[in-house]
Design a protein around this ligand. Structure first.
Ligand code: NI
Length: 173
């Protein structure tokens, strides 16, 4: 398994629309292993393939990361939203591609999704709580959307300015 570099915003590659995976084969599973390992190392609780520069509809999530319990990885390939609750709630979100910034985003509380799992088997699940929020955040990545795109233009521009500055400092260091 390999730890891959995570793309940091602002970066055009994060705006690319991810394409469906034709077949969950060993190559895709290797990629999912690498993305999961990258997410564990970051550390984070969710990561989409596009965040490591691969424009495929692949998401890994493990809400147990950073907590004192067994690893509990979830893999979502080609996820599709079948239903969302009308009821929404704000939750604090962050993103490995937007380091050190957090804000409350309003999203549907429940979603029903279908997707292919690690074995390529079709699954349909109703999700709520943090798993629902996290998957909606990651599914946004597949459409080139970051959580800061849900904030006001002013807030977003301040965050992007700070990120640009931080990257410049890194390059000159
Ligand atoms: Ni993210």
């Amino acid at each position: 398994m390999a730890i891959l570099p995570i793309i940091i915003a602002p970066d055009r590659r994060l705006k690319v629309i991810s394409q469906p995976v034709a077949q969950v084969d060993d190559e895709i599973r290797r990629l999912m292993d690498d993305i999961l390992e990258t997410m564990y190392a970051a550390p984070g609780i969710g990561l989409a393939a596009i965040q490591v520069g691969v424009a495929k509809q692949i998401i890994v999530i493990d809400l147990a990361n950073g907590e004192d319990r067994e690893r509990d990885p979830h893999y979502f390939v080609n996820p599709k939203t079948l239903w969302t609750s009308e009821e929404t709630a704000p939750q604090r979100e962050g993103c490995l591609s937007v380091p050190d910034f957090y804000d409350e985003i309003d999203r549907p509380i429940k979603v029903v999704v279908d997707y292919l799992d690690y074995d390529g088997t079709k699954q349909e699940r109703e999700l709520d709580g943090t798993l629902s929020t996290c998957l909606q955040h990651e599914m946004d990545h597949l459409k080139g959307i970051l959580f800061i795109d849900h904030l006001s233009r002013l807030k977003r521009s301040i965050i992007l300015k700070k990120l640009r500055k931080a990257q410049k400092l890194k390059q000159t260091a």
